[in-house]
Design a protein around this ligand. Sequence first.
Ligand SMILES: CC(=O)SCCNC(=O)CCNC(=O)[C@H](O)C(C)(C)COP(=O)(O)OP(=O)(O)OC[C@H]1O[C@@H](n2cnc3c(N)ncnc32)[C@H](O)[C@@H]1OP(=O)(O)O
Ligand SMILES: O=CC(=O)O
Ligand SMILES: [Mg+2]
Length: 715
Amino acid sequence: MTDRTDKAGLQVSRVLADFIDDQALPGTGIAPDAFWAGFADMVNMLGPRNRDLLAYREELQRQIDDWHTLHRGKPFEAAAYRAFLNEIGYLVPEGDDFTIHTTGTDPEIAQIAGSQLVVPIMNARFALNAANARWGSLYDALYGTDALGDVPQGNGYDAARGARAIAWGRAHLDAVAPLAHGSWADVDRLEVVDGMLSPALRDQGQFAGHAGSGATLTVLLRVNGLLIELEVDPTSKIGAQDRAGISDIRLESALSTIMDCEDSVAAVDAEDKVLAYGNWLGLMRGDLTEQVTKGDQTITRALHGDRGFTRPDGQEMTVKGRSLMLIRNVGHLMTTPAVLDAEGREVGEGLLDAMCTVLIAMHDLQKTDGIRNSVAGSVYVVKPKMHGPDEVAFAVEIFDAVERVLGLPANTVKLGIMDEERRTSANLKACIRAAADRVAFINTGFLDRTGDEIHTSMAAGPMVPKGEMKNAAWIKSYEDRNVDIGLACGLQGRAQIGKGMWAMPDLMERMLAEKSNHPQAGATCAWVPSPTAATLHATHYHRISVTQRQDAIRAGGPRGTLDDLLTIPLAQGTNWSDDQITAELENNAQGILGYVVRWVDQGIGCSKVPDIHDVQLMEDRATCRISSQALANWLLHGVMDEARMMQVMQKMAAVVDAQNAGDPAYRPMAPGFDGPAFRAACDLVLQGRTQPSGYTEPLLHDWRATAKTMTGTAQ
Ligand SMILES: CC(=O)SCCNC(=O)CCNC(=O)[C@H](O)C(C)(C)COP(=O)(O)OP(=O)(O)OC[C@H]1O[C@@H](n2cnc3c(N)ncnc32)[C@H](O)[C@@H]1OP(=O)(O)O
Ligand SMILES: O=CC(=O)O
Ligand SMILES: [Mg+2]
């Protein structure tokens, strides 16, 4: 039984009430009574609207299901389908041209293009690492991963491998910051004389500053707005082997980081929410620390400070040591047992997130020195899973209300719009207009978007296998239109246009080869799963000027069409071989089970799970949405029956158990197949058709709460 206390008519879990009153509010100038009264008003005013918007989602989905059921087996008529979507209000008029008015953003949002890291906020160790991932060692990223084609072997330093990393780094400098004469590979001394770098760069404007001198010199270069740091230290292991004594090339890497309260975490009750909010508070106050033990060494991880350099003109400059932090709230769907309204209903989790995360960010807004996040005085909230312009307008209303309660200037909160639901993609211009005063990014969350693609048209017929989705007409149009519309709405120089996650965290060679497609496509940022990936992906922004790409794209005129966007990825017939069907079933089942078992039993919201080809994949709720919707779709259309599905689930549960054999906290699913994790995974498929928009969170939350009750850890 949750211990609750009355706050302005709300029944608030005591653990949350204490956290807000004793930790989050002190120092903000907001009194507890004012906070809770303001939140109660918000719940009363916006709660019913929230429920109406969700009911409208369901109503539209029902009409779409009916339309497909009526037309099944007949040739698909795109024009009739589009007319129907207009008629039911799924498609709304685009409206006149306009440009956004967002002001007061930090340079990382509006001016500089670079990697965007995402991190589960409930993991303090990772969250601190992410905040500090503004800077990363290029040598470490090359040496420690498969970026050079192979992974390091053994424990000691492999000098030949080190030499390959150094050679790669020098070749990169030749490509992006060439010398006036010769190659970086041949430099045998670096120095700064009278504000000039020696040897001279072809473009002296790329020399941005320096610190120290002689044997402890640090040189800063600036390429497409991103800083590159050359560290000279001939006494270090690497520097001693280097002709110029360069010990590392450090890159400005994760320019921005999304601290995630959504799809990469498992937060089902007040205790979980307080952990998430507590870490955010530590990051915003600047005092979060975590003990990190590796081998026999324990260190205290804390936020890095800023550093001072001297510019070529002799002026001092400060270089930020941390990534600009954004906070992803949950969407409009879920409610939370952390707070009950006057009628005893759970309140919208999105309302609670909005109020608490912005309150906490006030600790940063009030600072004038030290460890600051937004120097421009903004709070960046990423809002996921919104369906269409009315839901974006509702998010704006939420933040209007939050700003009023907290006494913040209007539009302090900037909004990141995840373009990851089909109704948002199809009405993107109207969605951006709805947030024109505060939009700070649009981002193609292609993983959720793929899940919604399957769910929306679930009744139309069996879809292509998961791996073929990336070649479908809708997704190309979706990616192109997002950039086209973003540029047409004036995001260039004002807000980020972002692209999606690299979901193969261990395949860095492949990421280096492929992810340049994101800046090439005009994206000012794209998601990476780890600090190392942020460093490697930064090299793409050195090579590609996103501003120039955006100018060229805009000059070329709009590309993706709405008709392509609305083209349903139906399979052309279902004459797959039995082996093909088995492979698809097993692959999806393994991903679902491997993810869900850690989510439900251990509360881990983001995991690396191998696929059936043994490629480690980042799995979160969005990837789980795809896999479960893909299986639900094939089940609905008889590609397999329930008995076969259950057989596959049991077989793959045993495989997942074996994969986790080394984890002492792991509870095997086989041979009983009756624990909450296995049942959750099966429900995600069996009930996938009727889950709201095909989301995984309602079932995951229920089963996690059950598992917590079973183990006596429920709040
Ligand atoms: C569709 C979407 O919504 S995508 C957005 C949601 N997804 C994410 O946020 C992905 C974030 N990434 C992660 O959570 C992790 O990288 C995973 C789960 C994919 C892999 O985790 P692991 O298997 O533990 O990674 P691995 O063992 O390779 O590396 C761990 C180290 O890398 C660091 N690390 C890994 N990912 C991150 C990250 N995103 N941010 C900061 N540090 C990270 C850890 O701090 C750790 O280093 P440490 O020991 O010095 O603390
Ligand atoms: O949130 C990101 C996605 O791809 O979904
Ligand atoms: Mg998403």
